[in-house]
Design a protein around this ligand. Structure first.
Ligand SMILES: NC(=O)c1ccc[n+]([C@@H]2O[C@H](COP(=O)([O-])OP(=O)(O)OC[C@H]3O[C@@H](n4cnc5c(N)ncnc54)[C@H](O)[C@@H]3O)[C@@H](O)[C@H]2O)c1
Ligand SMILES: [Zn+2]
Ligand SMILES: [Zn+2]
Length: 383
């Protein structure tokens, strides 16, 4: 089959690869119908996630049609159309039974960190991902959700990750009605966090980025107040001025470990990213939140060291919450938001490319070329 494969830092390639097989009675094999590239895939591409092995296939956002069914699978049949959450979860452990599927302890040999994740290095279990024609889905009775007959693959594709992720980011901010929310990042996750903040009753949503086309999109798509951090002298001072000098009630970091705008990164480039990550958006979140405010971290931090300003966070009395998204728990609810038109999830798709052109799609998304917001890959059989 065709599959995107990792070739070492900054290199991915579409290659022929052996088809996945059922390995356990509760597995299914899916024929992938749509798959997307996530900001998290860029951290993998850049070699920032430990134990990313050459030859592995990325892709944790996908829909598919069930092709083969393991003997113990009860809820799925051949031909069913499904969307699959990026977290691989067992459904019954201490964490799963509390809805914390991102923290499942049965799907990842390194379970002290996170659950298994499709296509996300051996740090999260070494599972192959869905940027391929076929993918193996373990615990098939737990994760996948059937796509309702009246809905298309592209309407529900983002329930696999970025929509629940943005929603959880806003939820972790514990937004009270009328509050001011600052979202750092206008990528797909930031966009859905902004939209969710409105749904949760925010009175004001401010969005920070430096890419003019993304700020313009956010302003259009979410009616946010855009702030270009490169166009102001000091973005934290600017945000404080916008919020009566006190700061925002809630700040959301939807950027993660490859944030731009830090001095160390501009001086040391990729080396700074590798050894210290770049906690710039997180430090700006801490600085721009009011005392006793909330900071929600949904951007991914993979590299082990970060110069985070925890002293300021402590002395301001901030509440900080963070996690990988527990997608499964939000999927039914968000499906209804999509169906009712309150969230136009597919409205953020800027590019559709054949799976064969996945390498080009990575470049577009990575370099933010051609006003790229979100790339969807279409495997040949699904075209
Ligand atoms: N926790 C989870 O479960 C989860 C799930 C999906 C994605 N993520 C993470 O969310 C983050 C965003 O993902 P995405 O798909 O939107 O990626 P993306 O790369 O498309 O978007 C990131 C955006 O942040 C902007 N940015 C860079 N530095 C900034 C700064 N200092 N301040 C404000 N904006 C800045 C970039 O210009 C870009 O528009 C990534 O770290 C990704 O790994 C987390
Ligand atoms: Zn993702
Ligand atoms: Zn579990």
């Amino acid at each position: 089959m065709l599959a995107l494969t990792y070739q070492g830092p900054n290199r991915v390639k579409v290659t022929q690869k052996r088809e996945p097989k059922l390995q356990h009675p509760n597995d299914v094999i899916l024929r992938v119908t749509r798959t997307a590239i996530c900001g998290s895939d860029l951290h993998l591409l850049h070699g920032l996630i430990p134990d990313t092995r050459v030859g592995c296939t990325f892709g944790h956002e996908f829909t598919g049609v069930v092709e083969e069914v393991g003997s113990s699978v009860e809820s799925l049949r051949r031909g069913d159309r499904v969307v699959v959450p990026f977290n691989i979860s067992c459904g019954t452990c201490f964490f799963c039974s509390r809805g914390l599927t991102a923290n499942c302890e049965n799907t990842n040999p390194n379970a002290s960190v996170a659950s298994g994740v499709y296509g996300y290095s051996h740090t999260t279990g070494g599972y192959d991902g869905g940027q391929a024609e076929l993918v193996r889905v373990p615990f098939a009775d737990v994760g996948p959700m059937k796509i309702p007959d009246d809905m298309t693959e592209e309407q529900v594709l983002f329930l696999s990750d970025i929509l629940p992720t943005g929603y959880q980011a806003a939820e972790m901010g514990e937004i009270e009605p009328g509050e001011t929310v600052v979202v750092f990042g206008c990528g797909p996750v930031g966009l859905f966090a902004q939209r969710s903040a409105w749904l949760m009753g925010a009175g004001r949503v401010i969005a920070v980025d430096y890419l003019a086309y993304r700020l313009a999109f956010a302003a259009r798509y979410n009616a946010v107040e855009p702030v270009d951090f490169r166009a102001v002298d000091d973005v934290v001072m600017h945000l404080l001025e916008m919020t009566d000098g006190r700061g925002a009630d809630v700040c959301i970091d939807a950027v993660g470990c490859e944030a731009k705008g830090s001095l160390s990164q501009s001086i040391f480039g990729v080396r700074a990213k590798l050894f210290a990550g770049s906690a710039t958006a997180l430090n700006w979140s801490i600085a721009a939140a009011r005392k006793a405010g909330n900071v929600s971290i949904i951007g991914v931090y993979g590299p082990p060291y970060n110069a985070v300003d925890i002293g300021t966070a402590m002395n301001k009395g901030l509440t900080m919450r963070m996690n990988q998204a527990n997608c499964k728990r939000y999927m039914p609810h968000l499906l209804e938001h999509v169906r009712a038109g309150r969230i136009d999830a597919q409205g953020i798709i800027s590019h559709r490319l054949p799976l064969e052109h996945a390498e080009e799609a990575y470049r577009l998304f990575e370099k933010k070329r051609d006003d790229c917001i979100k790339c969807v890959l279409v495997p040949p059989m699904a075209a």
